[in-house]
Design a protein. Structure first.
Length: 128
C-alpha cells in the first residue's frame, strides 16, 4: 500500500468508532503529538484508549476534506463530529513499512490538557 492508501485506511477504520481497529494502522512505537495542549500519545494502545474514553455525545463521524501526499509524508484535513461537537483536525502523518509511525495533529483552538487524560499522555509543554 502507498502511504496515502495507509492513511485513508486509517481514517476509514476510525469511522467504525472501534479505535482499536483504527490503531491497527499505527506502529507499536507510534507517537501522536498535539501541539496546542502539549500532549504526546505514545503507543497504539494509548491512542485507542484515549479515543475510546473521549467524552462524546454519540458516534464520531469523520470526513476527509483533503489529503496531500509526498513520499511517506501525508497531510489530511478532516472534519469530525459526534453530532454536537464539530471540529476539524489537520494531521501530518509519517508512514513507514505500511504503518503510521507519527502524527502531529492540530485542532482549531489552544487549550490546557484535561486532567482525565493524564494516564495516557505525557505533557510536553515547553517553557520559552
Amino acid at each position: 500500500m502507498t502511504a496515502k492508501e495507509v492513511v485513508l485506511a486509517f481514517w476509514k477504520a476510525m469511522e467504525s468508532n472501534d479505535f482499536y481497529k483504527g490503531s491497527k494502522w499505527l506502529s507499536e512505537d507510534f507517537e501522536c503529538y498535539w501541539p496546542q495542549s502539549s500532549e504526546l500519545i505514545i503507543g497504539r494502545k494509548n491512542f485507542a484508549e484515549i479515543n475510546t474514553n473521549y467524552p462524546a455525545n454519540g458516534p464520531w463521524r469523520f470526513c476527509v476534506n483533503s489529503i496531500v501526499c509526498e513520499g511517506n509524508q501525508v497531510v489530511t484535513d478532516v472534519s469530525i463530529t459526534d453530532g454536537e461537537v464539530i471540529a476539524r483536525a489537520i494531521t501530518f502523518h509519517t508512514v513507514e513499512n505500511g504503518l503510521i509511525t507519527r502524527q502531529t495533529e492540530f485542532w482549531p483552538d489552544n487549550y490546557d490538557a484535561p486532567e482525565w487524560r493524564q494516564q495516557w499522555v505525557k505533557n510536553v509543554k515547553q517553557v520559552l
